[in-house]
Design a protein around this ligand. Sequence first.
Ligand code: ATR
Length: 282
Amino acid sequence: PVATKAEKDTTPARYAVMGNPVAHSKSPVIHKQFAHQFGHNIEYAALWVDTDGFAEAVQQFRAEGGKGLNVTVPFKLEAFSLADNLSERAKLAGAVNTIRFEVDGKIFGDNTDGTGLVHDLTKNLNVHLRGRKILVLGAGGAVRGVLGPLLKQNPALLVIANRTVPKAKELAKTFAQFGKIEAVGYDELVGKRFDVVINGTSASLKGEMPPLPVNVFAGNAVAYDMMYGDKPTPFLEWAMLHGAETAADGLGMLVEQAAESYLLWRGVRPETRHVIAALRKG
Ligand code: ATR
C-alpha cells in the first residue's frame, strides 16, 4: 500500500541509542528537545541490547524503518566494524558512536565524541586550545575518540598520561602525524604544568581519581572531566582545590556530540546552550 501524504507526515522518523546499560541515558531527552526546536517529527528510544546481539539489533532497527542510531558502551567498536563507510573522524577514533542508514542500504559510521568535546570547550566554555598545553588522562577508547579533534585545534603540545604507559605510547604513535603529542606515566608529570587537563579515564565511575602530582595546573587552567554526574567528580573536586581556575564536567560534551549526530541525520545543528542548562536543572 502507498502511504498518503497525510500519513507520511504523521509517521515519525525513528532514531535510538543502543547500549548496555542504557536505562539512564539522557540521549532521548536531548534529541526530543532538538527535534522540538525545528518542529521535526521524530521518535527516539533508548534500546537495551544484549552484549552479543548488537549486529542483529541494528539490522532489525533498520528493517523497521529506523533512520539512525547512537551507539554507546560497549558497542562502539562493533559499530565501527559493522559500518560500510566511515567518516575520517570515525576512522581516527577507531570507534563509531553515530550510525546513519543510507537510502542504498549502506551503514555510514561517524564519531561525534571528539568534535563534541572540542565544541564544549571552545564554544560553551570559551577555552581555546590553539597554542595551549593540553594534558589528557587515560588511554582507553574514550581518549582515542577525542585525540584527532583535539590535535586539529593546534595545541602547542598534547601529553597523554596513563597508568599503563605502553597504551599511551601506542596512541601517541598513532596520532603523531596530526600534531605534537607525547606519552608519559603519571610520575613523569612532576614539575610540568598544563593549561587544560582533560580526564578521559574511567576513574570517576569508581569514585577514584588519577594519581596527579600537585602543581599540574598552570595559571588560569581548565580541568575537564569527560564524565558527569549529579555532583562534581573526584577529579574536578581535586582540581578546584589544587589551582584549576575552571572545572567542567562532560554534560556539555554529551549534548554537543548529540547535536553533531543530529546534524548528520537531519542536516541542521540544534542550539545546545538551553538544552545543557535544562539538563543541569534536572
Ligand atoms: P574507556 O573505553 O572508557 O576509555 P577503558 O578502555 O577501559 O575504558 O580505559 C579506561 C582508562 O581509564 C584507562 O586509561 C585506565 O588506565 P589503565 O590503562 O592504566 O588501566 C584508566 N583508569 C581507570 N581507573 C583509573 C584510576 N583509578 N586511575 C588512573 N587511571 C584509571
